[in-house]
Ligand binder design. Structure first.
Ligand code: SMO
Length: 759
């Protein structure tokens, strides 16, 4: 059997549905006659609500409900949404009040929901919104990604949410004191607007004493629990479902104010209520990504071995503590602080600040792209300053002995970083770069090459449940706790089950995103699905097979029945049954218990996907325009079960990384107004911007799960930022440009070149 498994399929099961317009998204699913919710939002970045009169709005024909914070509380709704908070280095609890579902006395970012209107038509809701008398007296606006400035929350002095540390500070100090070389670099991580293809949306209905919320999320159980808490309902009284979801990227993993309001309205009115964001509303209110400043320092001995590493991080959390914002910019960053390098002494200080901007939370990679970009830029800068080849500097510092305990406490099970990097170097034809650079120069162009290695730590809940039911038609239904947002789980999981059972791949139906289907699931995020869910699926199949072997032994009157992955058989007997045939026999014998098996598994360690990316860019010094014309990725995702889908994930991830590196930026003016309302003023990467990617797999199977897999959903994004940044740095260095900050737009590059010329 190859590492790819024997049930190698072709194409994705869900693609026919998606590509022929048969995907069923939340806005397609809303019940006929559902009322429309509209949110009146603050157009001030910061201010005190001095007047709010809803009476005229309530009188508009077709309007059923107009609610502010007080009205929502009167419906028995808890106003404050919980977010994970950190403990400060001194042991005290990090600051920050809960995020109100509707603003009460004060507004803290443009787009914050103040009033919900529910009406028979969107037009009536819009008319009513015009008649809401909302007056806000402006307050000074805090926007800097730095402590200080006007206070966003009285609870957070200097707007500091937390001041968190990890690592051995004294050991790092000693390493720097004794170092032969020190290199310092500031890395700005630009703010990203997430821009899922499908905007956020939901509908809610109250049915037979239970609430059903259908929402385009990344999992249902977390949202069910949070909704139950906020609405004062028992968890059993809430069902959350996810239909087809058009992109999540971390941003759709949270409960948002609109979902709570829509659910409360459906309960109060006894009628279904629907809401879908406009594109502009999404840009303004979806949790944003990144937005931090990192200062990195590396200490080297005379042999160019890293002896110490420290990072000072200041992260913009936006106006409120969103669900995962604080841990992402601290704990999750720290998990891969030192990358793929053997660094004994390392230290991270992470400070989170509130500003009058949209909250910031998970974005593909969630803390790991930030940490890896930081160290990979620092390594590149070190190679440049110390005059050593960037490949050589990395080779000299790789972790070589496994398992490896990192300075921040991660236990990395396996890896072979030199093998990965060497393969990438060969595939990218690094040896031929000088000739390509000369050819570019002959055309007046600047060419640069950039390398980044990366490692991830797979995040999220290590527990997952799978339920497998053998159906009367010979197929099977698999219930899972994860939720595809486009990754192709229906295909991957079906292939895995087919591979283990011999059931035809296309006969395995996947049911995801239903909190009534299984007891609990962790949802999709942190590249966890295939390892954590896959392990539960494997255990479920094993338990089911064990049940059948015992059953058939009895039926056949033999000692032992074996299963070869497709058929049951017994030594010295010509009896052979497929799983579907055995299921028929069980059905005939009244053994329904054999047909419906659930297993919950918990992994006791994380897996560590890793790899190397090499980008080549060409810059036109006349215009600053950049073309990325070569891109190579070599990944170690451990065992690959569906390589075609894994490669798709890498392509999408690299494109997303390119977006942040080259064109995307969520920018506010000095009054806290977001300067992007549509794709006219927010640049997303396009297919034509990207070259054909070179891809290879150099797997070292993980020993932390029985599948040997490592997770691939975020890896492309994690590696791309550093590779592209280092390539741009390399292209511009000969012209004396010594600092580059993302995004690498033509205008910025042109200015840097001009500045360097003028020096
Ligand atoms: S940014 Mo992801 O859904 O962990």
């Amino acid at each position: 059997m190859s590492i790819f498994g024997k049930a190698q399929g072709t194409g994705r099961h869900e693609d026919l549905r998606f590509l022929t317009g048969q995907g069923r998204y939340v806005d397609d699913m809303a019940p006929a006659g559902a009322l429309h919710a509209l949110f009146l939002r603050s157009d001030h970045a910061h201010g005190v609500i001095t007047a709010l009169d809803l009476e005229a709005a309530r009188d508009v024909p077709g309007v059923h409900l107009v609610l502010d914070a007080t009205g929502l509380e009167a419906l028995g709704v808890t106003l404050g949404m919980k977010g994970a908070r950190l403990r400060n280095a001194d042991g005290s609890m990090g600051a920050g009040p809960e995020r109100p579902v509707l603003a009460r006395d004060r507004v803290r970012f443009v787009g914050e929901a103040v009033v919900m209107i529910v009406a028979e038509t969107m037009a009536a809701a819009q008319d009513a919104a015009e008649l809401v008398a909302l007056e806000v007296e402006g307050l000074p606006v805090a926007l800097a990604v730095a402590p200080g400035g006007s206070a966003v929350h009285p609870e957070a002095p200097e707007n500091r949410a937390y001041d968190w540390k990890i690592g051995d500070h004294a050991a790092v100090e000693a390493a720097f004191a004794a170092a032969a070389h020190r290199v310092t670099l500031e890395v700005i991580h630009n703010r990203i607007i997430v821009n899922a293809m499908e905007p956020r949306g939901c509908f809610a209905e109250w049915q037979a004493g239970r609430l059903h919320l259908c929402v385009n999320g990344q999992g249902v159980w977390n949202q069910r629990n949070e909704l139950a808490r906020m609405l004062g309902l028992g968890r059993e009284a809430v069902r959350v479902t996810n239909p087809d979801v058009g992109g999540g990227f971390g941003m759709k993993a949270m409960t948002y104010p609109e979902y709570v309001c829509v659910a409360a309205a459906a309960r109060a009115l006894g009628q279904p209520v629907r809401w879908i964001a406009t594109r502009g509303e999404s840009m303004l209110t979806d949790n944003a990504g990144r937005d931090l400043v990192a200062t990195a320092e590396l200490a080297f001995d005379a042999g160019l071995r890293i002896t110490g590493y420290r990072v000072n991080l200041v992260s913009n959390l936006g106006a409120y503590n969103s669900q995962f914002g604080q841990p992402i910019q601290s704990e999750l960053f720290s998990k891969v602080l030192t990358g793929v390098y053997d660094i004994e002494a390392a230290h991270l200080r992470a400070v989170g600040v509130y500003t009058n901007t949209t909250p910031v939370d998970a974005y593909r990679g969630a803390g790991r792209p930030e940490a890896i970009l930081t160290i990979e830029r620092a390594m590149d800068e070190a190679a440049r300053v110390l005059g050593v080849d960037p490949f050589e500097l990395r080779m000299r510092n790789f972790i070589m002995d496994f398992p490896y305990r990192s300075a921040t406490g991660e236990l990395i099970d396996v890896g072979d970083f030199p093998r990965v990097l060497t393969r990438a170097r060969d595939m990218a034809d690094v040896a031929g770069f000088a000739a390509r650079r000369d050819a570019s120069a002959a055309r007046g162009m600047l060419r640069g090459i950039g390398l980044a290695t990366y490692i991830e730590s797979i995040l999220g809940d290590p527990e997952e449940t799978a339920r497998l039911v053998l159906d009367a038609d010979g197929g099977a239904t698999l219930y899972v706790g994860t939720q595809s947002n486009g990754q192709g789980h229906e295909t991957t999981y079906a292939r895995m089950v087919a591979d283990w059972t011999g059931l035809p791949e296309h006969s395995v139906r996947i049911v995801q995103g239903d909190s009534d289907a299984i007891a609990r699931g962790g949802g999709t995020g942190g590249s966890r699905s295939v390892t954590v869910q896959g392990t539960a699926m494997r255990a479920t199949v094993r338990t089911m097979v064990a049940g059948f072997t015992a059953f058939l032994a009895e039926e056949w009157g033999v000692e032992e029945v074996s299963f070869d992955g497709a058929t049951f058989g017994a030594e010295g007997s010509n009896m052979r049954l497929t799983l579907a045939e055995a299921a028929d026999l069980a059905r005939a014998r009244g053994r329904a218990d054999l047909l419906d098996i659930s297993q919950t598994t918990t992994l006791d360690g994380r897996s560590y996907p890793n790899g190397a990316h090499i980008a080549e860019v060409e810059v036109d010094p006349e215009t600053g325009a950049l073309v990325m014309d070569r891109y190579t990725v070599v990944d170690d995702f451990g065992t690959l079960i569906a390589p075609d889908l894994a490669i798709g994930q890498v392509h999408g991830g690299v494109a997303q990384g390119y977006g942040q590196a080259v064109c995307e930026a969520g920018i506010y003016d000095d009054q806290g107004q977001l300067l992007a309302a549509s794709f006219m003023d927010y640049a997303m990467p396009r297919a034509g911007d990207l070259p054909m990617f070179g891809f290879a797999s150099e797997p070292v199977p993980s020993i932390m799960n029985p599948l040997g897999m490592k997770g691939c959903g975020e890896a492309g994004t994690v590696g791309a930022l550093g590779a592209i940044s280092n390539a741009v740095r390399d292209a511009l260095a000969p012209r004396g440009v010594n600092r580059v900050d993302m995004p690498f737009t033509p205008q910025r590059i042109w200015h840097w070149l001009k500045e360097a010329e003028d020096v």
